[in-house]
Design a protein around this ligand. Structure first.
Ligand SMILES: [Zn+2]
Length: 94
């Protein structure tokens, strides 16, 4: 899910430079580094959304603002997509 779906989205919407877009999408997974400062480090029953600093609604609001400038738009799409997949994980969890 975290690798394949972004690749498909990149291919469908950014055909000319989909490899670059896919790379940016994969880079957005680095926001999961904020999990490293959480205690306990990993908890499969925990929802990332609103727990980790880069997964709060404030962070998501910032990502939405990143949609406005063309330069950060692809990054913002990647980040928001990441939040969506994390959110879906929480959804299946409950
Ligand atoms: Zn995450």
């Amino acid at each position: 899910m975290h690798f394949l779906v972004p690749g498909i989205i990149a291919y469908l919407f950014f055909k000319s430079n989909w490899k670059k877009v896919w790379l940016i999408f994969i880079l957005t997974m680095l926001v999961d580094l904020d999990h490293l400062i959480a205690t306990p480090l990993f908890d499969p029953n925990r929802c990332s959304i609103n727990f980790h600093p880069l997964h709060t609604y404030y962070a998501i609001l910032a990502y939405v603002i990143f949609l406005v400038p063309t330069k950060t738009r692809i990054l913002a799409i990647g980040l928001l997509f990441h939040m969506l997949t994390d959110y879906l994980d929480c959804f299946w969890l409950n």
